[in-house]
Ligand binder design. Sequence first.
Ligand SMILES: [Zn+2]
Length: 356
Amino acid sequence: MNQTSPDRRPAAIAGPNMQALRWLTRGACWRLAVLALVAGGLGCAAWWTMIRMPLQSYQGPLPPLTAAEQQLRDRLQQHVTALAGDIGERNVFTPRQLAAAADWIESVLADAGYTVASQSYPVQAVSCRNLEAAIPGRSRPEEIIVVGAHYDSVSGSPGANDNGSAVAALLELARAWAGSQPARTVRWVAFVNEEPPFFQTARMGSLVYARACRARGDNIVAMLSLETIGYYDDRPGSQQYPFPVGLFYPSRGDFLAFVSNTANAGLVRECIRVFREQAAFPSQGAALPGWLPGIGWSDHWAFWQVGYPALMVTDTAPFRYPHYHRASDTPDQLDYDRLARVTTGLHQVVEALANP
Ligand SMILES: [Zn+2]
């Protein structure tokens, strides 16, 4: 009685088990299909909102520099040499050089015809200054465009590309715009203390500036942070990305990038559309989650903190430039031809923002 047929028992178990297995398999297939659909849908939605950009990036050989661009290139090189060659490392730990850099920027803007406003605050007994030159808007003066670049360099680096390249572009944009009458107000701002250890702290120059703007009730409608824009490399594999961003972008580091968080996707698309219409230069746009490495790594982050729309314009800095934050970030490493091209393109972007 306690013996069971070895043939019957497995059959009795196999029957319901096979049924259950079939049910499970059917369920799993169905669930997998739904999962695949959801993942595909999310992927499409992510691509549509974060990566899709208007028009095409410029491809092909770059046209010869115009005479005006050649002059611009030479001035840009002079500015980078003055900041990163003559003055060199400039931050709170080299206070004499930090002050020299601020004085020099102030004098270039003053020579261009601006009255320069200083926003000073102490850090470790060093007086730190943000510098601002403004063009009042003609018809919509309360709507403000801020174009900014940090002028400090990280400890141990002369900061030619980071961020002498962008300060040079800022100064040349300001010079070109001096005396013009845009519809909106345009402010050119050179920020102090973007680099560590002040980065994303209350002593970061752009955060001090943005908070003061918010406290005054300034209506900043767009902020462009120019961050490390002077290095380009045509070789395949010369461009790196935080994972998984590289799946969607080119491997050659020959482009200018317009970068912000997902909340500012509209601003990214607006700016890159103008750049692609006007500039014969490769460009990429990304409106990615702000927590991804690199997306918030400049002064635009400070404007996000107080609710202003802001993006970064960059050559992608650590994701391309081998001399990033090193003593070897010297003026001879930059591509001044291409710096002139992107500065010319950015002029058009500011033009479109300032005269909507
Ligand atoms: Zn920087």
